[in-house]
Design a protein around this ligand. Structure first.
Ligand code: SF4
Ligand code: SF4
Length: 153
């Protein structure tokens, strides 16, 4: 399974990293979360392998914004690497509960955040209610990832 990660980024490409930390210095997640950032994950992947990195909770702080990749002077595909690592972690069932909860919210409601009293407020402003989103396809996709329990009917 780890070989799936190396399909996205060749391990020899990671040796181009000279640890300038520009990626971590630009990472929005590292600015606000207690995470060591992409440079350390990349170095750990190189030295200890993908299986070691997928144990890291901080892997899931990545928002896949691509800023680190854009700013890397060595043009290392850091975001592709982190995405492949998250996919591997997911296949192993190694997904934090908060991520599973976010997937469930999106699959069940079609929205990334739970909305409270929004329609009430929209009505007060003379706007139409948001209405329900058809989540049928989203639920199928999420169920296929194994991250969403099937609803008992
Ligand atoms: S920006 Fe590129 S070269 Fe610099 S530490 Fe990050 S991955 Fe390595
Ligand atoms: S892709 Fe992930 S690791 Fe890279 S800058 Fe964005 S949040 Fe940080």
């Amino acid at each position: 399974m780890a070989k799936d990660v190396w399909k996205f980024v060749a391990p020899e490409h990671l040796y181009y990293c000279y640890e300038c930390s520009r990626c971590t210095g630009s990472c929005p997640a590292a600015m606000v979360m207690d995470t060591p950032g992409p440079r350390r994950l990349l170095i750990k992947c190189l030295h200890e392998g993908p299986q070691a990195v997928i144990q890291e909770e901080s892997l899931w702080f990545c928002t896949i914004c691509h800023v680190c990749e854009d700013r890397c002077p060595q043009e290392i595909h850091i975001t592709d690497l982190l995405t492949a690592l998250m996919n591997l972690a997911s296949r192993k069932g190694n997904v934090p509960e908060r991520v599973k909860a976010a997937v469930e919210t999106i699959a069940r409601t079609g929205r990334s955040v739970v909305t409270y009293r929004v329609d009430e407020e929209r009505l007060r402003l003379g706007l139409k209610p948001l209405g329900r989103i058809d989540t049928h396809e989203l639920e199928i996709i999420a169920a296929r990832t194994g991250l969403l329990e099937k609803k008992s009917s």
